[in-house]
Design a protein around this ligand. Structure first.
Ligand code: HEM
Length: 447
């Protein structure tokens, strides 16, 4: 089993599918042809059955690619709930067992304990995460984000070229979420490795369940136990010496009439850490790529900064960082788009396909800054369970694009180094993006 890029690329790579029968969204190499595959699926198999790929023995998985079908599923949490039980919080039974053995069992059960239903899910979001990463809560981080963006750019702006992923798109969200949580920035090399362990199954796992083989699963769970210990140390520190950060807040807040336990806090912090890093990295990378590919758009945005938010929404719609998630189950026998789907099936929702469904908007493959409802895409999913960190991510992207437009001119793709290869899994992430640019003449740090 491959658990890194080299091993993965040594495997036979999928070609571009010519028919529905040839579509396997989870095969190595399939990520380079996802958008061709989505068109085939939407036309001929909008509810694609993957026999035996559900969670229970004999249960199937179904891949949904049409906008209205996915929207209907997300809006109906009674008929299409999230999965409960061991391995249900985006992990696996091996992972959960190791956590229990190492004294972190409470972290695994936190979701079922703290928010077993939609009402408590809503309260959890409103009271615990929105004040820090929700649309208005995130605004308090504006200056901090701007400072980090400028500081990162200072390191390479005089060079006239940059490998944008490692020198900006990855460290910016990491510095931002570390600051919000209250992780020391000097720990970033270490927390980066744990963040990679958090997403490993979504990159190197196979099939709609993103499964890794048992030894990889166990190794990874042990790495995450070390991360839990690290978070535990930060909690202990903040209880002794409170600071102005999210972990301190979580040690002081009451939820459902009582303080959060350390296991509860670790579960919230882990969620912020996995959500707050790579997804935004991929979005920032796509935005830089689009600016380089469309200099006329960069000029238009420079001339009218009110269009930046439309640009960000279009980039999110066109290149959804989280392409799909197996996030819902079927509670009772039902029908989706005329296909009978039995109770107990797993639903894999392809947000990225829905975003380019002609039902959503005309010319869905085009970047247009004048769309009527630019934020109507499903990149962050939608309520009642949509992404709680969308506000923070949108703010980071808007700030980063503005800083790029302020300080860089003539942004272009470097003639060498760009192979535009993406990592496998369920996320759309360019490994590298080499850019060249001129330093803007009146460049002033905005921080
Ligand atoms: C471009 C950036 C991002 C994308 C594309 C993204 C996408 C998503 C999606 C599609 C979901 C699933 C929602 C559902 O099942 O209906 C989700 C959940 C989640 N996201 Fe994000 N997200 C991003 C940024 C963030 C940030 C910045 C944070 C935190 C700071 C975050 C934290 C979370 C958490 C904790 C969940 C799980 C919520 C739950 O348990 O119900 N995300 N995100």
């Amino acid at each position: 089993m491959a658990a890194n890029r080299e091993d993965f690329e040594a495997m036979p790579q999928a070609g571009c599918p010519m028919s529905v029968e040839e579509v396997d969204l989870f095969a190595p190499g399939a990520q380079e042809h996802w958008y061709d595959a989505y068109k085939l699926l939407q036309e001929d198999a909008p509810v694609l059955r993957l026999p035996g790929q559900g969670y229970e023995p004999g249960a199937d998985a179904y891949v949904l690619t049409r906008y209205e079908d996915i929207r209907r599923v997300v809006r109906d949490p009674d008929l299409f709930p999230t999965r409960q039980g061991p391995g249900s919080s985006g992990t696996s039974e091996i992972h959960d067992r190791i956590f229990e053995d190492e004294g972190f069992g409470e972290v695994v059960t936190a979701r079922e304990r703290l928010r077993p239903d939609i009402e408590s899910h809503k309260a959890h979001r409103e009271q615990l995460t929105e004040p820090w990463v929700g649309a208005s809560g995130a605004l308090r981080h504006r200056d901090m984000i701007t400072e980090h963006a400028n500081r990162l750019m200072d390191a390479w702006i005089d060079r006239g070229e940059v490998e944008f992923v490692t020198e900006f798109a990855a460290p910016l969200p990491q510095a931002v979420i570390s600051t919000i949580l209250g992780f020391p920035l000097e720990d970033m090399p270490m927390t980066k490795q744990w963040e990679e362990a958090q997403v490993r199954r979504f990159v190197y796992g196979f099939g709609p369940k993103s499964q890794m083989e048992a030894p990889d699963e166990a190794d990874n769970a042990r790495a995450l136990v070390a991360f839990n210990r690290y978070i535990q140390e930060r909690i202990d520190e903040k209880r002794r010496e409170p600071k102005e950060d999210m972990i301190t807040f979580l040690t002081q807040v009451e939820f459902q009439g009582k303080p959060l336990s350390d296991g509860d806090i670790i579960s919230v912090v882990s969620g912020m850490h996995i959500g707050g890093n790579e997804t935004t990295q991929y979005a920032l990378t796509s935005e830089a790529m689009l600016l380089a590919q469309h200099p006329e758009v960069a000029d238009e945005l420079r001339a009218d900064r009110s269009k930046v938010r439309f640009f960000v929404e279009e980039a999110l719609r066109l290149y959804a960082p989280t392409q799909g998630l197996s996030g819902r189950m079927v509670a009772r026998d039902t029908e989706i788009h005329g296909v009978k789907v039995p109770a107990g099936s797993l639903l894999h929702l392809r947000w990225a396909a829905a975003n380019r469904d002609p039902e959503l908007c005309p010319a869905p493959d085009e970047l247009r800054l004048d769309r009527k409802n630019p934020g109507k895409h499903l990149t962050f999913s939608i309520r009642p369970r949509g992404c709680p960190g969308a506000g923070l991510s949108r703010l980071e992207q808007n700030i980063a694009v503005n800083v790029m437009l302020d300080r860089l001119e003539d942004i272009r793709l470097a003639p060498r180094g760009n192979d535009f290869k993406h990592q496998p899994g369920i996320m759309l992430g360019l490994y590298e993006l080499h850019l060249e640019f001129a330093k803007a003449r009146e460049a002033v740090a905005v921080g």
